[in-house]
Design a protein around this ligand. Structure first.
Ligand code: EAX
Length: 325
């Protein structure tokens, strides 16, 4: 008899007579680095925070390694609602939110603490708000890191060593102008094409923070890295405005908290990787050029400043400089 009752109760449940099991609302969080990276750590912190605060009502599905396309594709996806969330470098975002261009100017930030001071203060909050009119909600400032130059032609010890090098840049006209001014041959492309292009030799090198180099085992396809630190690359945690508007005020607070947790996680991984990553690159045979004249590299890219600073909120660049102790 017991077996019959058990089967009946299971059948009743299956037919919906039992307590309905609430289905979690799944949201995609897309990024271009691999899952095992500073962006992956940020994504996991975001997902864990949302699971906790929403008591399982929302589930964040991490979509690493360009699964949903390059950063421009994903930003467009946020705007039309096909993608809910992203962690993205600001490199290509100036094409959508012009104010953000100011953040990616070369040699603008003195160091990590200065960058955090600016982004976590009034200027950073103003810039997050500048996303909203473009259908994107800027939730928090995570971190990609200071960018360095890798290539497989020669060690770059001074700007002249960049002459003629086919260097991939992000789709950012300030970066393109900067490397052109320095004598390189800049080639803008989505990150999703970079590793293949390096393997095929259609480009000689690229520039990215150490965590990107180590997360992608780039010593397998790049012989040299020069620690220019020529650009501080923020990473924004952003949400589709369409999906944001579908949340209650309380739920919106959860997503802001989760974004802050993601930002802290990314910064912690970058801080650790800035030292461990150098040892890893050397251990894997990369020539790491550390001792360079940064002023010479800054002078080499100065024409990009002269060409673009006035176009992209010159007062904002002045404020960013002044806000750094
Ligand atoms: O956001 O495109 C790039 O070089 C970015 O640094 C990378 O996708 C991580």
């Amino acid at each position: 008899m017991t077996k019959m009752i058990t089967a009946a109760s299971v059948l009743a449940m299956m037919l919906g007579a039992g307590p309905a099991l609430a289905q979690a609302q799944v949201m995609n969080l897309a990024f271009t680095p691999p899952a095992d990276s500073h962006y992956g750590d940020a994504g996991r912190a975001f997902a864990d925070t949302i699971a906790d605060l929403s008591d399982g009502a929302f589930e964040i599905s991490l979509r690493p390694a360009g699964a949903l396309g390059g950063e421009r594709d994903v930003i467009e996806g946020l705007q039309i609602g096909t993608v809910e969330l992203t962690i993205s470098s600001t490199g290509p975002i100036g094409n959508f939110v012009p104010e953000v261009y100011a953040l990616d100017f070369p040699f603008l930030f003195n160091d990590y603490d200065s960058a955090h001071q600016v982004l976590d203060g009034e200027i950073g909050q103003e810039l997050l708000a500048s996303f909203t009119p473009h259908g994107i909600v800027g939730l928090a400032w995570a971190e990609n890191g200071f960018r360095h130059i890798t290539n497989s032609v020669r060690p770059i010890r001074e700007p002249a060593d960049m002459a003629g090098l086919k260097l991939r840049t992000m789709e950012n006209e300030v970066h393109i102008a900067a490397f052109r001014a320095a004598g390189a041959a800049p080639t803008p492309m989505s990150w999703t094409e970079v590793l293949t292009s390096l393997q095929q030799g259609t480009i000689d090198g690229q520039e990215n923070p150490i965590p990107i180099v180590t997360a992608n085992n780039m010593w397998e396809i790049q012989d040299n890295i020069t620690l220019t630190g020529h650009v501080y690359s923020p990473a924004v945690v952003a949400m589709s405005g369409i999906h944001w508007d579908g949340l209650t005020e309380e739920q919106q607070g959860w997503f802001v908290e989760a974004a802050k947790a993601a930002a802290a996680a990314s910064r912690a991984t970058v801080a650790e990787n800035e030292t461990s990553g150098i040892a890893m690159m050397k251990a894997n045979g990369m020539e790491v050029v550390e001792d360079i004249d940064k002023a010479a590299f800054a002078a080499a890219v100065q024409p990009a400043y002269d060409e673009f600073a006035d176009r992209y909120a010159p007062e904002l660049i002045a404020r960013i400089r002044a806000a750094q102790d």
